[in-house]
Design a protein. Sequence first.
Length: 304
Amino acid sequence: MLKKYEILNKKLTETESDAAQVLVYTNPSVEEQRYLVESCQIDEHTLASALDPDELPRLEFEPEHIVMIYKRPKNYSGKDQLEFKVASVGMFLFENKLIVVLAEDIPLFVGKRFHTVSSIKEVFLKLVYNSISHYVEHLRIIHMISEEIEDKITESMDNTYLLNLFSLVKSLVYYAEAITSNGFVFEKARNLSARIGFDEKDEEMLDDIIVENMQCKTQADIYSNILAQLLDARASIVNNNLNQLIKKLNVITIWMMVPTLVVSAYGMNVALPLSNHPDAFWMLMGLCLILVWLVMMFWRHKNW
């Protein structure tokens, strides 16, 4: 699917004109891929890399254009079961146009950064900037979910929360790796900014992107370490909960054994004290209650 955009009055506007400066191909068809390879001179392997979620980010210089492949978070849905994934995006910067290739349809030109746009290089950089903001937003959501799980995990012995934690840790590992790889590409773009054709304003934005990306990476590492420690503590918490449960069951069992011993002794078919007393039953029940009370007082004295 192809969407065309044109910069008019410093705003990015969707258009059907052939003079569009920004072309966005979402999951391009075979015909669209053939056009990109044959007419735009985009390398077929590079085009496939832009659609491959496992492709590493990179920056390349071709005779007619510049290629940047970077990672951005995929849109989260409930069926992902708390697993946040990343996807590849390919940007091909020509002299007078920008081609963006991605595998899924996502809102690209959103947020206050796209309120004003003056050039395709600015669109190029702001798309990268938005991806970092997307990471930060997802990290905030992951942190909120982990806090909810942390509140519930102390009382639960179910594996559901353990699996949820594992999914979040796995997601953070993928995010940290993607953010780090993106950082290498952004550093390379900063070092080669003159070759790309960035002006002073673009270089300042690229510096901001590098700083934001480093902060995002630090945040992802912190959340990952916290969740990893929480995951390790999960086994200790479950063992402690299990010990407490066994302790309560043992207390109940011993309570039942004391009166059972008395009742069993008076169930034998031999001569027993009080066997002919008219109130023998109530006296035995009272003795059982007194013994249970003594056991409880003993445990309370020992702080068991």
